[in-house]
Design a protein around this ligand. Structure first.
Ligand code: NDP
Ligand code: MG
Length: 393
């Protein structure tokens, strides 16, 4: 029996993880879960999975949830940031699903890495913020890191079994081909992007996801973050990573080899596939996802992303070349800008202005510790908020 802690169990990835686990009660036990604002959802999870620990944001939420659970339920309710770290590194935990959204996921994910756990990484923001330090910790603590992001999970599946980190030459890799759906605004005239609403941005054509990543997909910042994520996960430099728009989201990404072969991973766009793959790697288990029907899904088309329509993607690639302080700044700016857009404080197109302003004006000093990164992150958030206050409509 494997004990699993799910950070962000109430979210979209958390829910898909619980769905897959519920198909395999003989193999996985939900040891701990965390949520943030959805206490009712946590109550349902507690009743269905009976985890040992539940983590909520603060003491009053903990008391509120406790009062709604049957007293016979053998679960302890904890609260706060340290409790997230504790359920990630608990000695009884085998596997940690890192599915908190944004920078809040960094410290608990890193705690799981430092405790040498099997870490299933959905929280791409932690790699964007701290890729170099994060990957060094993975190697030093011999943690097992398996990507959940569908593109990176696809690449992981397409790499040679014995892939050596950062060894493109020895593995015969020419390029990683990251596919992108292009989101809901792929065909909109760039001028029309000014007036799109949060509801339109969150209506992704192929994937059902949380609101922050849905907006990131619409702006293609998501692909920019994934570009940086791929660089760190596989240890390859920017010249080896290409982005292509594939509107059907059937090919989840590919690896192109120097002999001309291209290996792709395909499937219906449903996160339960990469989650099931990662949970049971290297074996395969049922995920509950319907098999891909090639007679229904015949179109495989591809386009290059245009800079005028998707400037955030190109900004992220540039930040990746600039280094860690630029990608930390970009992530901080983007989280602030997306939150402001979702609150209807700024326009969709302002997200890029905020991101560009912060990346260009932040200090590009080297960040040598997680404390440096967190300090830089909070300075960049302040800068972003100041700039946003000049933009309010
Ligand atoms: P959701 O918004 O659906 O879920 C986010 C989770 O994080 C929820 O459990 C939420 O709790 C919790 N949370 C939010 N803020 C905080 C905080 N400050 N402290 C602690 N917990 C917090 O997001 P997704 O599931 O869509 O995405 C999660 C991560 O996975 C993101 O990093 C995303 O980029 C990545 N990802 C998601 C994919 C998807 O298909 N959804 C695909 C690939 C990657 P609550 O809901 O209770 O408030
Ligand atoms: Mg993805």
């Amino acid at each position: 029996m494997e004990n699993v802690s799910i950070l962000g169990a109430t979210g979209s990835i958390g829910t898909s993880t619980l769905d897959v686990i519920s198909l395999h009660p003989e193999r996985f036990k939900v040891f701990a879960v965390s949520g943030f604002s959805q206490l009712e959802r946590l109550r349902e999870i507690a009743l269905q999975f009976s985890p040992r620990y539940i983590v909520v944001a603060n003491e009053s939420d903990a008391a509120g949830l406790k009062s709604k659970l049957p007293s016979v339920l053998p679960c302890e309710i904890l609260f706060g940031k340290q409790a997230l770290v504790d359920i990630a590194k608990d000695s009884e935990v085998d596997t940690v699903m890192s599915a908190i959204v944004g920078a809040a996921g960094l410290l608990p994910t890193l705690a799981a890495v430092r405790a040498s756990k099997k870490v299933l990484l959905a929280n791409k923001e932690s790699l964007v913020m701290s890729g170099e330090l994060f990957m060094r910790a993975v190697s030093e603590h011999k943690a097992t890191l398996i990507p959940i992001d569908s593109e990176h999970n696809a690449i992981f599946q397409c790499l040679p079994e014995n892939y050596r980190y950062a060894d493109a030459q020895g593995s015969g890799i020419s390029h990683l081909l990251l596919t992108a759906s292009g989101g809901p605004f792929r065909e909109l005239m760039p001028q029309a992007l000014e007036d799109v609403t949060p509801e339109q941005a969150c209506a992704h054509p192929n994937w059902d996801m949380g609101r922050k990543i849905s907006v990131d997909s619409a702006s293609m910042m998501n692909k920019g973050l994934e570009f940086i994520e791929a660089k760190w996960l596989f240890g390859l430099d920017e010249t080896r990573i290409k982005v292509l728009i594939h509107p059907q989201s059937t090919i989840h990404s590919m690896v192109q080899y120097k002999d001309g072969s291209v290996i792709a991973q395909m499937g219906n766009p449903d996160m339960r596939t990469p989650i099931a793959h990662a949970l049971s790697y290297p074996t395969r288990i049922e995920s509950g996802v319907a098999p891909l029907d090639f007679f229904e899904q015949q179109d495989f088309s591809f386009q290059a992303p245009e800079q005028a329509r998707f400037p955030n993607l190109f900004l992220a690639m540039e930040a990746s070349r600039l280094g860690q302080s630029a990608t930390t700044a970009l992530n901080a700016a983007n989280e602030s800008a997306v939150a402001a857009f979702l609150r209807k404080q700024i326009k969709f197109t302002d997200i890029f202005s905020v991101n560009q302003h912060v990346v260009e004006s932040c200090n590009h000093e080297s960040l040598n510790s997680i404390d440096d990164i967190l300090e830089h992150d909070s300075q960049c958030r302040e800068q972003a908020l100041q700039y946003i206050s000049t933009l309010r409509h």
